[in-house]
Design a protein around this ligand. Structure first.
Ligand SMILES: [Zn+2]
Ligand SMILES: [Zn+2]
Length: 296
């Protein structure tokens, strides 16, 4: 199961209710942090997520509202568990920015990390999932992110019992292997069924673009920035962001299943008008709140 925890859902300036951008996607032992705005480690403490448990950090871009929490988080993660290697992924320039963090602060023990400068395409593949990036259009190099779970074969328990199958053989069948029991060959397809993997995508700061559309395609959960309502579209475009309407249209035109709007301007004191605009163009929308959790 994928669990998404929203740690920060505001944009330029934090408010009483919304911290700077940060989201944790948890899956098994993986805790992937998507952006790390100022104050993220305190938000993690409140949410009950330990900094040392972060396995990967995906940085969409190097604007302060997405990265100012990084020196503190790396410092705390280093003090807690210096052996852990955190893989940090970001656009071109990420290695240099991280080197600067190392030299600018008198930090005692930054976490061990490995920096990866990535571009569009698959940038990590594990046994159960892969990670994919798309190029977005913002005022500095910016990337979007997809977590894509692999399809799984599950055992049809009733069918397995009928054939008298149990023990390690079930594991082999689940991996798609053919087995022989009492001289009889049994194909995986006879006792398993396919459970399609889930896709969770994150559209960070951008104007509408093809990369954003690809991230949205068939996403089970699409997390997208929606900085302003469409009524001030010109201002939104000037700062190279999406309006809530644009985010909702990207979700609907690309067959996403659920939309979560985040990165809200401080001008919106309550989420109601944002939610109304999102739902007008994409009914299955919610507005993210700090500490909101979603299970996929
Ligand atoms: Zn931003
Ligand atoms: Zn930005």
């Amino acid at each position: 199961m994928i669990e998404i925890t929203f740690l920060g859902t505001g944009c330029m300036q934090p408010t009483k209710n919304r911290n700077h951008s940060a989201i944790v996607l948890s899956y098994g032992k993986e805790n992937i942090l998507l952006d790390c705005g100022e104050g993220t480690q305190r938000q993690m403490r409140i949410a009950g997520i330990k900094p040392a448990k972060i396995t990967r950090i995906f940085l969409s871009h190097w604007h302060g509202d997405h990265v100012f929490g990084l020196p503190g988080l790396l410092s705390t993660a280093g003090a807690d568990k210096p052996d852990t290697i955190i893989h940090i992924y970001g656009p071109k320039g990420t290695k240099k920015f991280l080197e600067n963090i190392n030299t600018w602060f008198a930090a005692k023990e930054l976490a061990n990390y490995e920096a990866h400068e990535i571009t569009a395409g698959k940038f990590y593949e594990g046994e159960e999932f892969f990670l994919h990036a798309e190029i977005l259009k913002h005022s500095t190099p910016c990337l979007g992110f997809s977590f894509i779970e692999k399809d799984k074969h599950k055992i049809n328990v009733a069918q397995a019992a009928k054939l008298g199958l149990s023990g390690p053989i079930l594991g082999q069948l689940q991996q798609g292997q053919e087995v022989t029991v009492k001289g009889k060959k049994i194909k995986a397809a006879e006792v398993t069924y396919l459970v399609p993997g889930k896709k969770v995508s994150y559209i960070a700061d951008t104007v509408p673009c093809e990369g954003a559309e690809r991230l949205a395609q068939q996403a089970d959960v699409l997390i997208s920035e929606g900085t302003h309502l469409d009524e001030i579209k010109e201002k939104t475009e000037k700062f190279m962001h999406l309006t809530v309407k644009q985010a909702a249209l990207i979700a609907s035109e690309n067959n996403a299943k659920r939309l979560v709007i985040t990165h809200l301007s401080q001008r919106y004191k309550t989420p109601s008008e944002v939610l109304t605009e999102a739902k007008e163009y994409f009914p299955d929308s919610v507005v993210a709140e700090d500490f909101m959790k979603i299970k996929v």
